[in-house]
Ligand binder design. Sequence first.
Ligand SMILES: *[C@@H]1O[C@H](CO)[C@@H](O)[C@H](O)[C@H]1NC(C)=O
Ligand SMILES: *[C@@H]1O[C@H](CO)[C@@H](O)[C@H](O)[C@H]1NC(C)=O
Ligand SMILES: *[C@@H]1O[C@H](CO)[C@@H](O)[C@H](O)[C@H]1NC(C)=O
Ligand SMILES: *[C@@H]1O[C@H](CO)[C@@H](O)[C@H](O)[C@H]1NC(C)=O
Ligand SMILES: *[C@@H]1O[C@H](CO)[C@@H](O)[C@H](O)[C@H]1NC(C)=O
Ligand SMILES: *[C@@H]1O[C@H](CO)[C@@H](O)[C@H](O)[C@H]1NC(C)=O
Ligand SMILES: *[C@@H]1O[C@H](CO)[C@@H](O)[C@H](O)[C@H]1NC(C)=O
Ligand SMILES: *[C@@H]1O[C@H](CO)[C@@H](O)[C@H](O)[C@H]1NC(C)=O
Length: 627
Amino acid sequence: MKELVIPQLFVSIWLLVNGFVSCQRPAVVNLGAIFTFDSVIGKAAKPAMEAAVSDINNDIRILNGTKLNLLMVDVNCSVFLGSVGAFQLVEEEVVAIIGPQSSGIAHMISTIANGLQVPLISYAATDPTLSALQFPFFIRTTQSDSYQMAAMADLVDFFRWREVIAIVVDDEYGRNGIGALGEELNKKRAKISYKLFLSNQLDESEVMDKLNKSKLLGPRVYVVHVNPDPRLRIFTVARKLQMMTDNYTWLATDWLSATLDSFPPTKKASLGFLQGVVGLRQHTPESSQKRAFMSRWKGMQRKGSASSELNTYGLQAYDTVWIVAYAIERFLDEHKTITFSFNSKLVDMKTSGLQIEKLKVFTGGNDLLDIILQTNFTGLSGQVQFNQDQNVFSGGYDVINIDQVSIRTVGYWSNVSGLSLSPQDARKGEQNSYSRVDQRLQNITWPGGKTERPRGWIIAPDERPLRIGVPNRASFVEFVTEVHGSHRIEGYCIDVFLKARELIPYDVPYMFEPFGDGQSNPRYDDLVHMVAADVFDAAVGDIAILTNRTKMVDFSQPYASTGLVIVAPIRNSKSSAWVFLQPFTVEMWCAIAASFVMIAVVIWILEHRVNDEFRGPPKKQLVTMLM
Ligand SMILES: *[C@@H]1O[C@H](CO)[C@@H](O)[C@H](O)[C@H]1NC(C)=O
Ligand SMILES: *[C@@H]1O[C@H](CO)[C@@H](O)[C@H](O)[C@H]1NC(C)=O
Ligand SMILES: *[C@@H]1O[C@H](CO)[C@@H](O)[C@H](O)[C@H]1NC(C)=O
Ligand SMILES: *[C@@H]1O[C@H](CO)[C@@H](O)[C@H](O)[C@H]1NC(C)=O
Ligand SMILES: *[C@@H]1O[C@H](CO)[C@@H](O)[C@H](O)[C@H]1NC(C)=O
Ligand SMILES: *[C@@H]1O[C@H](CO)[C@@H](O)[C@H](O)[C@H]1NC(C)=O
Ligand SMILES: *[C@@H]1O[C@H](CO)[C@@H](O)[C@H](O)[C@H]1NC(C)=O
Ligand SMILES: *[C@@H]1O[C@H](CO)[C@@H](O)[C@H](O)[C@H]1NC(C)=O
């Protein structure tokens, strides 16, 4: 027993000393941020995060006595610089890293964050494959593209389009984004028919080449999922190719709204060529907090600390800093201090020269991660809570339509109710219980200024025309035959076919192929067999509808004899002995009787002088007459 007391004593003394030392909260807590300063998102996020840090440092209710220090690294959209930046920040002893904004870098840094156990909180990487299972230290304060693509698929389904062309950048963001779109469209029995992959530089001649080629494809609905591009190159090229006109439909994911929102009002006036584009924007509920921040942003622009307008990503970046600050506050409440130590994995590596084993890493990463995931916070972008996948609960999307130079919100999408005219709270209500009939949107102005729904496809010019077999008859040539000597097909059946085709509101290319030698009538059973065997796409002619033929091919309504018979139930089933009188009315029966007597009288008048049969007593004469 005696041996045991001493270590216990030692432990309690150690705890005392340690507790005494760590009562002191750290004077400074470092927080890292990785993003591209000179980008649509970065230009909004940088001033927003700086504003958040200064708000937190001036607020005595949060991190009282501790200064939050934000260390920002510009990675200029490079995955390589991103990874180096992550190590740089860890070396500066950060407790968490905010960012990155691009999904490609997020994949890379998440791996590093996992290895070093530093929470990574991104307000802009929307790639749906950044999953919590693979990257437990990755948290997202923006909506995953899987929600956005569900919204996009609902939009495509709402307008009853079946095929779309996707224009995407060839990186993780683009590929995984349209992967999700393909899945969501599948659920609606629609599909992506073609994918146009563009390089990240969006080289204009490449875009022009690919868009020009896409004109020869059938679908005319384009879904554009690229990185925010202040030069809007895809649309300027589309305008040059006369593709911003009716006959074409353009849908854009939220990169477009983020880009347009960050434009100064003077630039917005020159956006007439975007007329008719429909896009999505992450929904942020109206609040006094948000309005106050917007007017504060105007002041920051005047002072020169903000160079662009505010967009949704800016709001989310502001909230992200607050979320982390609240988490650090709670972490300090529980653990009193923040400690850094050598990472055992790196120490074991013994890298000569790199000195990577000297890296000191935050020891409380796991606990801080748990605290962040329990966040329940109402910020500028609405209420923030994290779900199982470590994403914020989806607040839904606004559907925007660019009409002349204004950006109109024409509806809202949420996971709960689909498309609707008023914003719905996605946290309430049954999930996925909405049906297509309750979907509502305001009227949309499409490219070219039309308001009716675009058809969304054409028959591609290089599409093979329909092969229509026609019997080359030798007799009854009025029905259908090939005019002798010319290759013209004529006849009543052809006239009916051409009239019916005129009723179709679009062009259907076709060609007639005569069947038979013209010397004798062809065997119609063979013709029907050839339609079934895909030698012909259809056949036009005086083809009788027989039971065994209907088992192989579909027939149109018969037009020579309709063959339609209506079977109706008998209403009056009462019968009587006098039912035989029913075909004629009483007047009719009287008229028949009268004419019978009349004829008898006439015959009697003509016959009784010459015919012996009409002689005798009047009684006999009367009987003969009536017989
Ligand atoms: C903040 O800290 C100061 C001293 O460090 C203290 O006087 C003050 O009461 C604290 N305020 C709050 C709200 O905790
Ligand atoms: C960012 O990278 C591009 C090329 O990818 C380069 O032209 C530009 O100068 C870089 N910007 C900065 C600030 O390093
Ligand atoms: C677009 O393609 C067509 C051929 O399909 C070609 O004639 C035309 O020159 C191309 N236009 C541009 C701007 O490349
Ligand atoms: C749209 O398509 C129709 C039919 O294909 C064509 O007649 C019309 O000229 C096209 N409109 C434009 C603006 O290209
Ligand atoms: C989150 O906070 C709101 C009020 O701000 C509260 O109504 C809600 O119950 C909280 N949710 C959880 C899970 O704590
Ligand atoms: C809709 O939200 C619910 C709960 O928030 C979630 O379980 C479901 O997977 C979501 N649906 C889609 C299509 O993301
Ligand atoms: C929307 O379009 C319908 C039919 O095209 C029309 O009746 C209705 O007035 C339009 N609504 C608005 C608000 O323009
Ligand atoms: C349909 O049945 C008739 C007689 O039963 C036969 O002569 C003919 O070949 C059949 N047609 C087809 C397409 O099988």
